[in-house]
Design a protein around this ligand. Structure first.
Ligand SMILES: CC(C)(COP(=O)(O)OP(=O)(O)OC[C@H]1O[C@@H](n2cnc3c(N)ncnc32)[C@H](O)[C@@H]1OP(=O)(O)O)[C@@H](O)C(=O)NCCC(=O)NCCS
Length: 246
């Protein structure tokens, strides 16, 4: 594997301001969801390498974590390339904050206004990473359409159940929107389905715009574009820099 190349593929989906890349897990590790080529570790900084090796190699988590870092580095490199900066994977270090939200550090990007904001999501078949300009809010979530949602359905409010009953949006659409919105805020849903009410659903040519708010701040409104590529539901929450989410 040439590290100058990208592990992920560009995915032309969602708002123009958001770069999205995806890794098909079956293409990276044919016949196995548990192992990645050892050379992929060379994309990591020494700190990232130590974290990777500390993860349980007998579970899928180590592999998932690595592919997430590769996808995030790829999307940051793409964002940088569009601004005239050619970066190697190890020029970028991916960290997580106290809530688990990923962010990128890259000294070279100080010349172009800093590192982009990033978000990551995975299911058992695909890893998706997104990037947008510094100061924006970005949160993404992907789920298979056949994901079990009984628990979520029971946690929906009466207005949300009305959206589902009217077939304006599915339960999974609402869950994905809540996940993407809370990731954009850097807090994550953490099972708090009822704490993030959906206040509006609008049909647009590409899919749906689902507006998510917070039970503790009903003035806060986060728009999530919900799309239905193949057998998945993908949510992209994007708020431009210097825009009030409210
Ligand atoms: C932590 C959480 C973001 C995980 O989301 P998920 O849908 O289970 O998993 P995804 O693959 O979509 O996203 C995981 C990635 O989100 C990112 N993430 C984690 N915490 C985050 C946060 N607070 N803010 C933004 N991004 C976060 C990480 O990059 C993580 O990947 P990594 O651990 O490999 O770095 C959060 O929403 C959560 O706790 N979900 C639990 C599931 C849930 O609440 N379900 C409701 C049904 S009752």
């Amino acid at each position: 594997m040439q590290l100058e190349q990208f592990v992920s593929q560009a995915w032309d989906i969602g708002p123009a301001e958001v770069l999205v890349r995806r890794i098909e897990i079956s293409e990276i590790a044919p016949g196995s969801t548990l192992t990645a080529a050892p050379s992929m570790g060379a994309a990591l900084t020494s700190g990232e390498h130590a974290t990777w090796k500390s993860l349980d190699s007998s579970s899928s988590r180590q592999h998932e974590w690595l592919l997430g870092r590769l996808a995030l580095k790829d999307v940051v490199r793409t964002w940088a390339s569009e601004r005239g900066q050619q970066l190697e994977p190890r020029d970028i270090e991916i960290h997580i904050d106290d809530e688990g939200a990923p962010f990128a550090r890259c000294a070279a990007l100080s010349a172009v206004g800093g590192s982009p904001v990033i978000s990551l999501t995975h299911n058992s078949g695909v890893v998706v990473a997104a990037a947008a300009d510094p100061g924006a809010l970005i949160g993404i979530d992907i789920e298979y359409v056949n994901r079990r949602i009984d628990v979520v359905a029971r946690a929906l409010s009466a207005p949300e159940q009305a959206f589902v009953a009217a077939e304006v949006a599915s339960v999974l659409d609402l869950l994905v929107a809540k996940e993407a919105a809370t990731k954009a805020l850097g807090v994550g849903l953490g099972g708090g389905v009822s704490r993030w009410p959906v206040v509006a659903v609008t049909s647009v040519p590409q899919g749906l715009i689902v507006e998510v708010t917070s039970i503790t701040d009903l003035g806060l409104v986060l728009p999530v574009l919900v799309l239905h590529p193949l057998d998945t539901v993908l949510g992209i929450c994007y708020v431009a820099p210097d825009t009030d989410a409210a």
